[in-house]
Write a protein that binds this ligand. Structure first.
Ligand SMILES: Nc1ncnc2c1ncn2[C@@H]1O[C@H](COP(=O)(O)OP(=O)(O)OP(=O)(O)O)[C@@H](O)[C@H]1O
Length: 614
């Protein structure tokens, strides 16, 4: 039989709460440290039966089973714990040879608690590693995002709801010249976006980037400017996208691109295209005039005639062509003023540049100024594109001002300025444009009489009248008529592809007997009309039905100017027939049925120089 010391030694190192009981003496003879802690001193010192009196029968059964089987396990025994509460136990019983019984306990409540704790810990452990995985994953994503942001060619920065920078990628730092440290945490608008390209202040509340997170909108802007650290602007296009933190708008991410170079190239391209367009328009317009001039040059193949007046005209044309001076050509309608202008231009060293004609008759001052000086787009309603004026087209060439006496006073003044200064301005343009054009003015009026009547500026008259040339009425030079008639007849037959026709002596006499108030133009028309009617047969001139008889024959209504011209021609025809005499039986006054005094004042008011006819 074991004594108490031996029993205590036996169980001392047992890991479980263990006691040795002597059922015969109804006592606990030994308990290990854990057993003592579980059951407490009070329980250990009390009789065993008292411990189990609540369920004594179960204890009896248990001890019988231990005795019978040598060892036995169940959960029927209930002992008082150190705290005084009944313990829920699983009891391992072993029959010792000494007759004592060894009881080891598993505190089921404690066991459950431990299990739960272990489970919790296992859970927690599993949770932590899961969290670590997730954290690792996000760190990886973030690192990748960071790499992507850094590698992006576009500038990217983020701002919080206060507009302060939260990150700035490498490209943005390079483009802006600011380092990330300079910008993070600072209000970005006031640093890089505070003014427009014009230099005007750009308030933050108008900034599209602020709007993007204040109004929850993605904003795309293609034409804006950010300011670099060195104070230089960069032209940018950007997209500002709002960002959220747990469904709350937290700021914006801005992705931008420096488009300075592209915009500059676009601007250069636009400028170049505008220049090309300008040149194209100018060339087109020049071309139109060149073509007109080619056509008119073809009709002015040469000055035809053998009269002293024509010989003198040819000499004057040569002189005017060699001189840089402006020219004034006066003479009745159809007598060859425009032809003279063309001949001067063709004989001058300006002939490779255009001869630009502008008809000044019956035009409003504004229209004439636009035609002459050109205009910038938008200079007036209807000015939808830039227009090159005829003055500039005639630069280094010749400007033919036809019917110059009709120039409105305002245009006379501006034209005088141009001739005086050698500069002009397009309408709607403040730039002075130098111009060097030879001006040939033509008029069928007596321009000096117009000056005296106060209708034409004297200074402009003098500026134009440097080289005056007069074209003679055809009736003053009948010796030219056969040559002119031959010239026009040949030209018409060539055009009609008909064989050459000859003019008879009678034809020539008929032509020379007529006054030709419409001058060479009238002769030209009569020859053409007669040649067409003859169709290769005999030429028969019916001069009395010429164009100037038209009002009575066709009931055509004449304009005031035509009427005046008609009156001049009629008066000149009378003077010619009267060999310049006004009064007397065979004088022009008698032919016209006027009193001589009336005829004198009429001749004066019509600007007729009577000494030409004497
Ligand atoms: N000496 C000439 N030789 C050949 N053709 C001539 C001559 N004189 C005039 N012509 C021709 O007569 C026509 C009228 O001439 P032009 O147009 O030059 O007259 P104008 O005096 O300018 O007339 P307007 O005052 O009505 O404009 C033209 O076809 C022109 O070629």
């Amino acid at each position: 039989m074991l004594d108490e010391t031996e029993s205590a030694d036996l169980i001392a190192h047992h890991p479980m709460p263990t006691i040795i009981v002597d059922t015969r003496s109804d006592s606990i003879v030994a308990a290990n440290e854990a057993g003592r802690a579980l059951l407490g001193e009070a329980t250990l010192s009390a009789p065993l039966s008292r411990q189990m009196e609540n369920d004594f029968s179960a204890a009896v059964v248990f001890f019988d089973a231990v005795a019978h089987f040598g060892s036995y396990v169940d959960r029927s025994l209930s002992l008082m714990g150190a705290t005084g509460a009944a313990l829920r136990l699983q009891t391992y019983g072993a029959q010792l040879k000494s007759g004592l019984v060894l009881l080891s306990f598993l505190d089921l409540d404690e066991h459950d608690r431990r299990n739960q704790q272990a489970e919790r810990e296992a859970h927690q452990k599993a949770g932590i590693s899961q969290w670590q995985n997730i954290y690792g994953f996000f760190r990886e994503v973030e690192a990748q995002n960071h790499l992507i942001l850094e590698a992006a060619g576009e500038g990217i920065y983020g701002i919080n709801a206060k507009g302060q920078a939260t990150f700035v990628n490498r490209a943005a730092q390079e483009m802006l010249g600011w380092s990330s440290d300079d910008l993070i945490g600072r209000e970005l608008h006031s640093i890089i976006h505070h003014k427009h390209l014009s230099g005007n202040h750009f308030p933050a509340d108008e900034c599209p980037i602020y709007k993007s997170f204040r109004r929850d909108q993605t904003m795309r802007v293609e034409d804006d400017v950010f300011w670099r650290k060195d104070g230089k602007p960069i032209l940018v296009e950007y997209v500002s996208t709002p960002i959220y933190d747990h469904d709350v708008l937290a700021g914006a991410v801005v992705i931008f691109r420096d488009v300075t170079e592209r915009k500059e190239n676009e601007r250069k391209l636009r400028d170049a295209l505008a220049q090309v367009e300008d040149l194209k328009v100018k060339l087109q317009q020049e071309n139109e005039y060149l073509l007109t001039e080619i056509r008119s040059a073809q009709s002015h193949t040469g000055v035809v005639g053998v009269s002293p007046a024509i010989k003198s005209l040819n000499a004057q044309i040569d002189l005017a062509a060699r001189s840089g001076a402006h020219v004034l050509v006066s003479g009745p309608s159809g007598s060859g003023k425009s032809m003279t202008a063309s001949a001067i231009h063709e004989a001058s060293d300006r002939h490779h540049r255009p001869l630009v004609r502008i008809n000044c008759d019956q035009k409003k001052a504004a229209d004439l100024e636009a035609e002459l000086f050109g205009y910038r787009r938008g200079a007036f309603a209807g000015a939808v594109r830039d227009m090159t004026g005829k003055l500039l087209m005639a630069h280094n060439g010749t400007l033919h001002l036809d019917e110059v006496a009709s120039l409105p006073a305002k245009v006379q003044a501006s034209l005088h300025d141009v001739l005086h200064t050698g500069h002009f301005r397009r309408l709607g343009d403040g730039t002075d444009i130098p111009v060097a054009a030879k001006v040939i003015a033509t008029t069928s009026y007596d321009l000096l009489a117009e000056v005296r009547a106060g209708r034409f500026r004297q200074d402009l008259y003098f500026a134009l009248n440097v080289l005056p040339i007069m074209t003679e009425p055809l009736q003053n030079r009948p010796e030219d008529i056969p040559y002119l008639a031959r010239h026009y007849l040949d030209r018409t037959m060539r055009r009609l592809r008909l064989p050459k026709m000859t003019l008879t002596k009678a034809n020539i006499e008929t032509l020379q007997s007529y006054d030709w108030p419409g001058n060479v133009r009238e002769l030209e028309n009569v020859i053409e009309r007669t040649a067409i009617l003859a169709q290769g047969g005999r030429l028969q001139f019916d001069i009395q039905s010429g164009p100037l008889d038209a009002p009575t024959q066709t009931n055509r209504v004449l304009t005031q100017k035509e009427l005046r011209q008609f009156e001049i021609k009629n008066f000149e025809a009378a003077l010619h027939r009267a060999k310049g005499k006004i009064s007397g039986k065979s004088g022009a006054a008698a032919i016209l049925g006027l009193a001589p005094t009336t005829a004198y004042s009429k001749a004066k008011s019509l600007g007729i120089q009577m000494d030409q006819f004497s």
